[in-house]
Design a protein around this ligand. Structure first.
Ligand SMILES: Nc1ncnc2c1ncn2[C@@H]1O[C@H](COP(=O)(O)OP(=O)(O)OP(=O)(O)O)[C@@H](O)[C@H]1O
Ligand SMILES: Nc1nc2c(c(=O)[nH]1)N[C@H]1C(S)=C(S)[C@@H](COP(=O)(O)O)O[C@H]1N2
Length: 204
């Protein structure tokens, strides 16, 4: 590419967002999970995104079927929110593991590390991440504010070290499973890739 040639457009990506909540799905309260997921992803990614959004109750079979449907529809990434705790109705991790081809335990471990900086009850979240076909599926906690917290992490401040958010590792994971090349806005989330996997940076 010469310095004057136009930059190729960022790859389009299809992303599944799933809010799992008995009360939001029956209208007891307004769902804040889907807007929080959509807003964060739109602010973090330079890629054109096609969202597939679902709002469903805490029912294991329904959750697994929704995840399979989104993977089969070509979503490279599926983010869920809700149903990761110890309550009897919380079954999101079981439903996710039931459709897994590979487990990715690092995501859950890192999310609990991040969330512990915000609430001591972070250890109650049983969130998991898995690969199914060419899709990465990640569980996030149900508290709407936990979505940005876990994806983005915590910046270093007042002499305290930061904690990297999990999204920093998502683009390279999606490269490795043959998905589109995800590009992030550094001010929201700086994605990490090994040097030999990095494409030239965009100038605008
Ligand atoms: N989709 C959502 N929209 C708005 N607020 C939510 C949502 N999910 C959870 N919350 C808020 O976060 C709190 C903790 O979430 P949690 O997933 O544990 O809910 P829950 O007690 O299992 O109930 P439900 O499944 O009916 O949302 C809820 O009590 C609620 O205040
Ligand atoms: N960042 C963050 N993580 C969090 C929380 C939170 O408020 N912020 N709440 C915790 C609590 S109280 C619970 S019970 C678990 C599980 O929540 P879920 O069932 O809504 O998924 O997430 C934990 N992780």
């Amino acid at each position: 590419m010469t310095p004057d040639s136009p930059q190729p457009a960022a790859d389009p990506v299809r992303i599944g967002i799933v809010s799992i909540s008995d009360r939001a799905s029956t209208g007891v309260y307004e769902d804040k999970g889907l807007p929080a997921l959509q807003d964060w992803l739109t602010s973090a990614l330079l890629n054109p995104i096609e969202f597939e959004a679902r709002l469903i109750p805490d029912e294991q079979e329904r959750i697994s079927a929704t995840l399979i449907e989104l993977v089969d529809a070509g979503c490279s990434l599926v983010l869920t929110t809700g149903g990761t705790g110890p309550a009897l109705r919380d079954v999101t991790p079981e439903a996710t593991l039931a459709v897994a081809h590979k487990e990715m335990p690092g995501f859950g471990e890192q999310m609990r590390q991040i969330s512990l900086q915000f609430v001591p009850t972070a250890i109650l979240s049983r969130q998991v991440a898995v690969i199914r076909d060419q899709s990465l599926i990640i569980n996030l906690p149900g508290q709407p504010k936990a979505i940005a917290e876990t994806l983005e992490g915590l910046r270093a401040q007042d002499g305290r070290p930061g904690v990297p958010g999990i999204f920093a590792a998502v683009p390279y994971c999606i490269d490795l499973i043959g998905g589109p090349y995800l590009e992030t806005r550094d001010e929201v989330c700086k994605a990490f890739r090994p040097k030999n996997a990095v494409r030239p940076a965009r100038t605008a």
